[in-house]
Design a protein around this ligand. Sequence first.
Ligand code: 5AD
Ligand code: SF4
Length: 442
Amino acid sequence: MSKIYIKTFGCQMNMYDSARMRDALGTLGYETTDNPAEADILLLNTCHIREKASEKLFSEIGRLNEFKLIRAKEKKNTLIIVCGCVVQAEGAEILQRAHAVDIGVGPQNYHRLPELVARYNRKKGRVLEADFPADSKFDYLPKTKATSASCFLAVQEGCDNFCTYCVVPYTRGCEYSRSADEIIQEAKDLVSTGAKEIMLLGQNVNCWHGDGASDLGELIYRIAEINGLERIRYTTSYPSKITENLVRAHAEVEKLMPYIHLPIQSGSDSVLKAMNRLYTASEYIDIIGRFREARPDIAISSDFIVGFPGETDKDFEQTLEVVKKVKYTSSFSFKYSPRPGTPASLMKNQIPEDVKTERLMRLQTLLLEQQKEAYESVVGKVLPVLLTEKGKKDGQLIGYTPYLQSTHVSLDDSYLNKIVSLKITKASATSLSSELSCDITK
Ligand code: 5AD
Ligand code: SF4
């Protein structure tokens, strides 16, 4: 049996893509392995979002090439394939600079992997596929299978918002929504092979506008009808495009988890304007209010960028003020990273690195305090937890509460992939400890 080793960088969309690449290469008989030394294909799925993420690529290619060279001495052929957003942005340079790479494939072309691998194996020619094809890759990908009780499902991809800092519109292309029927079929395929939870994915998931439902809210109502599916989540949402249906779904659809990731990026209206984000801080706070009215216990998370060009101390203080008002359960915060080809990278008033570092530390201290409070607030409660992973220690499992808080519990593997009522006994800033409260609920 031929083996494929996949290493994924970046966001959940990339994790989804990697699973679909595995599905595609499965048609040629490839099976995944965690051990690169035994892999016939070494595949890197790359991320271009910040400089740090992109920089990892060449060192990772070097590391994988060592396996390729050792295998070559044993007369074994190994393909190195690089996929993802860095290939879309800089594919030709990668192939030119890294001779170990055999195939480069952009995020909209990976359905062609079987054909490219077969072609490479016949002719041994290096190849780059990074156009935006007229057809959707989803029309060509084979049926998928669940790899865990919690699975990703891409419903929307790409972005037409053009935030001035972001590469996604250039690497993922314009907004595209899959039809409701296609999404429901994929959800059923996942559920019939073991999924209990589905995370609907999109770069702007609430901008979904596919055939068969009026908006993401209505789509969620339809997906909730699938028997055997227990939990629905979605990410990432764009603040100004929240519909009433979506808010209502949080009040009415039991399977929809009480959690929303709603990136504000900055609490300053002038920074938001320079970012081309189409809302103000107070509009954002109003939207959070609507969600909390519909579902008072909803957990809120966000992304933040500090040190965007022109961000003053006062602008940054306004971000801290919004954080204090909203009270986040969890968050991701980054220093602004100028990306080639984006308008913000050409803005004159770039912020010095030490100022960015100091602001990031202050913001993260506050966010961590809030996260700790949110974790402590569930201690003593009994919550349904979907146990999806084995812990580092034997006899320990890891799962997620409805609020997407990670918790570990001492239980044997028979509880894996089940929703279990756990009593939360202890909290740290990043994790919870639990014990079995009653027996398996689902
Ligand atoms: N610099 C820093 N952070 C960025 N993000 C996107 N582009 C950049 C950039 N150029 C962050 C945003 C986004 C998250 C996925 O990554 O916060 O929501
Ligand atoms: Fe990174 Fe964005 Fe590409 Fe995801 S879509 S891999 S976050 S650049």
